[in-house]
Design a protein around this ligand. Sequence first.
Ligand SMILES: Cc1ncc(COP(=O)(O)O)c(C=O)c1O
Length: 403
Amino acid sequence: MNAFRKDFPVLSENKYAYLDSAATAQRPVQVLKAVEDFYRTANANPLRGLYELSIKATDAYEDARARVARFIDASSSEEVIFTKNTTESLNLVAYSYGRAFVKEGDEILIAVSEHHSNIIPWQTLAKEKNAKLVYLYPNEKGEYSLDEVKAKCNSRTRIFAMAQVSNVLGIPKPIKEYAKIAHSVGAVMVVDGAQSTPHMKVSVRDMDADFFAFSGHKLMAPMGIGVLYGKKELLEAMPPFLTGGEMIEYVTEQSATFAEVPHKFEAGTVNAAGAVGLAAAIDYLENVGFDFIEKTEEKLTAYLLDELKKVPHITVYGSDSYKEHVGIVTFNVDDCHPHDVASILDADKVCIRAGHHCAQPLMQFMKVNATNRASLYFYNTEEDVDRFLTSIKNVRKELGYGS
Ligand SMILES: Cc1ncc(COP(=O)(O)O)c(C=O)c1O
């Protein structure tokens, strides 16, 4: 049992073996308390009032922005925009940057393993602009070769959008190498960090991402707060995304000028409590430490993968190396629909994900309709994995197969 588990109310009585952290993480009491404290002691509309309480709310919100900037190693907090989630962050880039800078005949390069959040905004943009959406395809392990990336990046490529870690295959990508290729042809590199930020140290400057999106809820923050990082000169050149209160400088009956970045992209009352919760989650995460997170996840993933492979009638997808799974193990049980598998596990209070994982083009590429996914985080234990294994060994019998 690791020392951090007691901080998580949902896990504290060991009722559930929670193996669905890639969908959303559990929250520690420290995050819940930070949100409660904000509402108890600093609640007013941030960025609007001139009185002490509103200034407190504004300070808490802007301190959270600075905390995020340090977390992802941005050059300044002006490059950090608060959104609802990864999906909204990627839509912001597609609607604002995409509509301003992508023209007919241009190309947008993405991977077939992307989450729908990193496909549909580009599909929509490509249709609207008569641009072309070009796909990269992985090998069995889930890797995309630099040769294929080089072959598909050309002078027409305006945007290259890729997840740092796939939510199905888990494998981390060499984004820094991809960004070099994107930049060599004048394209911008958009990185979906939804599955990387909870598990590994990220430096947007080192990988040279032009845009980087992530969701707070996958790293223990409240739902409804997300981040878009963008290089300042790009954000400044982009038109606003949503419009209305807070994002303006001066408004007349027929026209408006807009606020400076990042506020230009934060229309309406902001989610200050969410931002404060995100800062608390980042503090918690960094206190646990990425060393501990990586070691714990590697150990548990190795155990889960090794034992799962011994179970007959199981197919595991992606790399053979536990190190490349980032806590994500996607699999199928022969003849059993993933929804049935997840329901049987649910009866044993084992929580896993089943379905297409918002990655239908990848499912089509892998020639499966759906899969199961167990995903681990540092608060999981060997006992969670044992409960999963005991339950999974029972699935085919439950469904009436002899073995
Ligand atoms: C790789 C990846 N990208 C994007 C998303 C979308 O995140 P959200 O639903 O928080 O916007 C997810 C969520 O599972 C994801 O795993």
